[in-house]
Design a protein around this ligand. Structure first.
Ligand code: UDP
Length: 372
């Protein structure tokens, strides 16, 4: 017997928790099943012994232009209005990144006006080889900044991160990194940006704190799916697993995160320094910058990309995206029945940011409620 007023949400990360909250507030009983031993999924964080809030699965910076999403997260957290800044360690120097007027000044020793930067970049592009329209990640970057800046900041970082030739990756990845002619050196320019003052975990705990929501941790949904008897499921786990790998396994990338505490107040001038060309790590993040936490010592995280482990990233290559298309046909059929919704990075196999996951979760559950 299906219980008409019971929904199951698979996964207590951002996608699942936002969906659970919307359903619970409309009077539906929700059981949230989480494989990990904690809520908040990959945006889990906790204070360490230094009193510094560290992000268990690597740095997460919240940014959005979506007012509805911003208002939603602000119901469950106060935000520290942090603006993310990144330096890239290239040619033995820490250089502002993404590419802006100050980057050009630092790399080429040229002091240019905004208009001159535009001309400079178009000249760089004009003497470079690439396909237009861009067919891959390399083309997409070179078509904006030319080969020299591509080689310095993008080529080797991308090879380290994805362990493949940038020409075999989707041009879409390049859309994550802007190119600016002005001096704005922020990583993101979204209207709303910040880090939850008491952490992401606390924010998610508050989202899940509702009389209609029950959370079961350390539980694999696939072990108990039969006994739940729910009339509707929100699935946020890996897409291929749901369908028993029918069209083959999708590829995910993971990270080895090395947390280190140093006996000094600061390790680096900004929260994140990228290392495109040197060392085996892609970037180092120093957590105390996010919340302005004060301590004599400091904790940082080195990220080493790897192919196995917790699935963090989808891999945007042709073969994976072709497989995704097949799985998404199954998804469309199932979602049309009103019995299952697929939401989030893993379940939709999409390189979503946190705000996009929440936007998707709010809109899919709200649409489902309206159709009900
Ligand atoms: N990227 C790069 N150099 C950098 C930063 C990023 O080539 O210094 C490329 C790289 O392919 C990376 C992608 O842009 O995987 C997206 O970068 P982002 O910082 O958005 O990665 P995330 O924070 O999602 O790991």
């Amino acid at each position: 017997m299906k219980n008409e007023n019971l929904s199951v949400v698979v996964g207590a990360g951002l996608a699942g928790s936002a969906a659970a909250r919307v359903l619970a507030e409309s009077g539906i009983r929700v059981v949230v099943i989480e494989k990990l031993s904690h809520v908040a999924g990959h945006c889990h964080d906790m204070k360490n012994e230094e009193g510094i809030t560290v992000h268990t699965y690597g740095p997460h910076i919240f940014h959005t232009n979506n007012r509805e999403v911003w208002q939603f997260v602000n119901r469950f957290a106060d935000f520290n209005y942090y603006q993310h800044r990144v330096l890239s360690y290239a040619d033995g120097r820490m250089i502002p990144f993404p590419i802006n007027r100050d980057t050009i000044a630092e790399v080429f020793g040229l002091t240019l006006s905004t208009n001159e930067v535009r001309t400079f970049l178009s000249e760089e592009v004009a003497r470079s080889q690439f396909s237009n329209p861009p067919r891959n990640f390399r083309d997409a970057v070179v078509s904006q900044v030319g080969e020299r800046l591509y080689e310095l900041f993008f080529k080797n970082y991308t090879i380290k991160q994805w362990e493949r030739d940038p020409e075999l990756l989707s041009p879409e990845i390049a859309r994550r990194i802007p190119v600016r002619e002005n001096r704005d050196s922020r990583y993101f320019t979204d209207k709303y940006q910040g880090i939850p003052s008491e952490g992401y975990t606390r924010m998610i705990e508050r989202m899940l704190d509702h009389p209609n929501i029950e959370v079961r941790l350390s539980t694999d949904y696939f072990d108990i799916v039969e006994e739940l008897g729910a009339s509707m499921t929100v699935y946020t786990g890996p897409l291929d697993r749901y369908f028993g790998y029918e069209y083959g396994e999708l590829e995910y990338r993971s990270l080895e995160l090395e947390f280190r505490t140093f006996d000094q107040e600061f390790y680096q001038p900004v929260a994140t320094v990228n290392y495109p060309n040197d060392y085996d790590w892609t970037r180092i993040t120093e957590f105390k910058h996010f919340l302005g936490e004060m301590s004599k010592r400091t904790t940082v995280c080195f990220e080493y990309p790897k192919s196995s482990g917790e699935p963090y990233y989808i891999v945007m290559s042709d073969d994976n995206l072709e497989k995704r298309e097949k799985y998404m046909k199954n998804v469309a059929e199932l979602e049309a029945t009103g019995k299952v919704l697929f939401i989030g990075r893993l379940a939709e196999y999409k390189y979503y940011n946190m705000d996009q996951v929440i936007a998707e979760s709010l809109s899919k559950t709200q649409q489902w409620l309206q159709a009900k």
